[in-house]
Design a protein around this ligand. Structure first.
Ligand SMILES: Nc1ncnc2c1ncn2[C@@H]1O[C@H](COP(=O)(O)OP(=O)(O)OP(=O)(O)O)[C@@H](O)[C@H]1O
Length: 208
């Protein structure tokens, strides 16, 4: 489904970061591992089409991701890639359900009410659908950001360090939630982390 070939990135004035070739098949679950500064966030940004690599390609179902730009790239990302950032980036002026609606609308899609309710129910936050981000706990915000990442039925769900600030019990719950939700929604899952606890739960790993 996704192929990374001969990929590297150079930030201005920085060293060149080389990324080994990588094939992510549909519904695969992968860890992206590497010590701090090795380039995990850089690779996630390239995979999500948020950053153009200096060299090499990322193909997503035969389409060269970085051949797209502007609105076409934004739409492609909105429809095919769900991202759970370290910071949730929810829109403060919108309530939970409206945050899901805008994610569909920005991708040029009709909002699927039933899918949204199922996601919120699965994530245990459907009773909070009219609440605004400031009325939610950190855990509830993270669940809402997972729902937003999955609202457009992406083929790839990406999460950047989703567990590093959590205690054992919460870290395993978040991991379980991401794995189950990716599977139920038929998305491949890539989790970038240097959290050793996570590596016991997912067997495929890509090391930087
Ligand atoms: N916007 C930027 N401009 C210049 N250099 C950058 C930029 N972003 C990251 N870098 C550098 O690129 C390298 C890789 O950074 P990146 O954030 O991808 O690493 P990481 O593996 O995600 O690290 P961490 O685990 O600490 O988050 C680092 O040396 C970093 O200093």
């Amino acid at each position: 489904m996704i192929k990374i070939r001969n990929l590297s990135h150079n930030y201005t004035g920085g060293r060149r970061i080389n990324f080994p070739d990588w094939d992510i098949d549909s519904m695969d679950q992968w860890l992206l591992l590497g010590a701090s500064g090795k380039g995990k966030s850089t690779l996630l940004n390239i995979l999500a089409g948020l950053l153009s690599p200096t060299e090499g390609t990322v193909t997503h179902n035969e389409l060269n991701l970085h051949s797209l730009s502007g609105t076409a790239l934004d739409r492609f990302r909105g429809r095919h890639i769900g991202i759970v950032f370290q910071q949730t980036h929810l829109i403060k002026a919108l309530n939970a359900i409206q945050n899901l609606q805008i994610a569909s609308s920005l991708a040029g899609l009709t909002f699927d009410d039933a899918h949204a309710m199922n996601l919120l129910k699965d994530l245990g936050i459907h009773e909070l659908r009219k609440k605004y981000p400031h009325e939610l706990s950190q855990g509830q915000l993270q669940r809402l950001s997972v729902a937003r990442a999955l609202i457009n039925k992406p083929d790839l769900l990406i999460a950047d360090e989703p567990t590093s600030s959590l205690d054992d019990e919460n870290a395993f719950q978040v991991l379980e939630m991401l794995q189950t939700q990716a599977k139920n929604n038929q998305a491949a899952l890539v989790i970038a982390t240097h959290d050793q606890r996570v590596s016991q739960r997912i067997d495929k790993s890509y090391l930087l």
